[in-house]
Ligand binder design. Structure first.
Ligand SMILES: C[S@@+](CC[C@H](N)C(=O)[O-])C[C@H]1O[C@@H](n2cnc3c(N)ncnc32)[C@H](O)[C@@H]1O
Length: 368
């Protein structure tokens, strides 16, 4: 049991929205109640880094792995210590010293961002693609990702885009029609002012850096190797994609563009677990559980939050049980994670429609 939280700012966990994130309390409560000093935590599907951030809050080292460049960039931004001034200095430096290259020119982009804002975004993008290894740049990239698109606000704009959802990027043809039909033109947002407000919110407090993130495919055994070779992980706290949720990259295509992806919607889904059939899906997860087992301590525990979406006919509990068979892990407990109540389920954030809710489970396992 870990008694005290590091002095820190939990607002940083909200630096950028991400689909199907689990609530901070989920990994945090497990670690607060059950982890010991010095434990090391792994999340092989880290998404926006909730598990890593929870580990940081209780002063534990962690490794997060995700094959989405957006997820890896968001997670990285939660694992740096930096001052607000350093972030702002870096932003000013990039905006004054760099030229904007590769400015997308299609109609969508013309309507999505004011030309001065798009110019600034391209300067940042170019700078980060060249080098994003300093804490100031990692934090700044996370801030820009979080502010990239969202609702228009009149007095103090918080987002760079024309009217947009904040959690997912709209498809270009639909969005362009929407803006044109309503006469919504993009405003010349004060980019530095948005960055300053967000930097103060997210980086106003600091704590020790205790985590790392890796952009990699967790089905690959090398992906889960600890940063320090002799380390073994004591905890795996994770949530894999639910069966049928295959649109992490296309639904985040604007943020994916910002971290180096294409300026048109990318449907390739490379390095994501496959959803071609329940068996293939379970086999992919099994591979990840095996890889995790290889890098875990004898008495390690794994906690998996898993559920389903309603548009595919596959029972989530059978799927997760099947993925864990012959994986080196033995299921010890299965608990319902709270079902119908709004806001509790990860799938709600994804589906965007009123659908019949399905139960989510927390599955606990130990090494065999
Ligand atoms: C349910 S989300 C995890 C959300 C996370 N718990 C959070 O709070 O943000 C699943 C994640 O698995 C990632 N993913 C899918 N296939 C992967 C693979 N083969 N290797 C690593 N990550 C993968 C997706 O990119 C997505 O970010």
């Amino acid at each position: 049991m870990i008694n005290s939280l590091q002095p820190s700012n939990t607002a940083l966990n909200g630096i950028c929205p991400y689909f199907t994130m689990f609530p901070l309390d989920f990994p945090l409560n497990i670690l607060k109640r059950r982890a010991r000093e010095g434990d090391v935590v792994l999340d092989p599907f880290c998404g926006r880094g909730t598990t890593n951030f929870a580990a940081r809050l209780v002063g534990l080292r962690s490794l997060g792995v995700d094959s989405s460049p957006v997820a890896a960039a968001i997670t990285a931004s939660k694992l740096v210590t930096v001052s607000v001034e350093d972030v702002l200095d870096e932003a000013r430096r990039i905006l004054t010293e760099r030229e904007a290259h590769h400015i997308p020119a299609s109609e969508f982009w013309h309507w999505a961002f004011h030309s001065t804002v798009l110019d600034a975004l391209c300067r940042f993008r170019g700078a980060f693609l060249e080098d994003c290894t300093t804490n100031a740049r990692i934090a700044l990239r996370g801030i820009v990702l979080g502010a990239l698109h969202g609702p228009k606000q009149k007095t103090f704009p918080s987002y760079f885009s024309n009217q947009c959802p904040r959690t997912y990027a709209p498809k270009p043809a639909y969005a362009t029609r929407f803006w044109q039909g309503r006469g919504l033109v993009p405003e010349p947002v004060d980019v530095l002012a948005v960055i300053e407000r967000r930097a103060k919110r997210y980086y106003g407090a600091s704590s020790d850096i205790t985590g790392a993130v890796r952009l990699a495919d967790s089905r690959d055994a090398k992906a889960l190797q600890p940063e320090i070779p002799e380390t073994r992980f004591d905890w795996v706290i994770t949530s894999p994609p639910y069966y049928g949720m295959r649109t992490y990259i296309p639904d985040q295509w604007l943020r994916n563009w910002f971290v180096g992806g294409s300026e048109v919607v990318d449907y390739t889904n490379r390095d994501q677990v496959v959803h071609s059939s329940p068996d293939d899906f379970a086999a992919n997860l099994r591979q990840v559980w095996r890889n995790a087992e290889n890098v875990c301590a004898e008495d390690a525990k794994m906690v998996i939050r898993f559920g389903g979406i309603t548009d595919r006919r596959a029972d989530p509990l059978n799927l997760i049980k099947s993925s864990l068979s012959d994986s080196g892990w033995r299921i010890t407990t299965i608990r319902e994670a709270g079902s119908a109540a709004e806001g509790k389920r990860q799938a709600d954030a994804f589906l965007r429609t009123k659908s019949k809710p399905m139960v989510e489970y927390d599955v606990w396992a130990t090494r065999q």
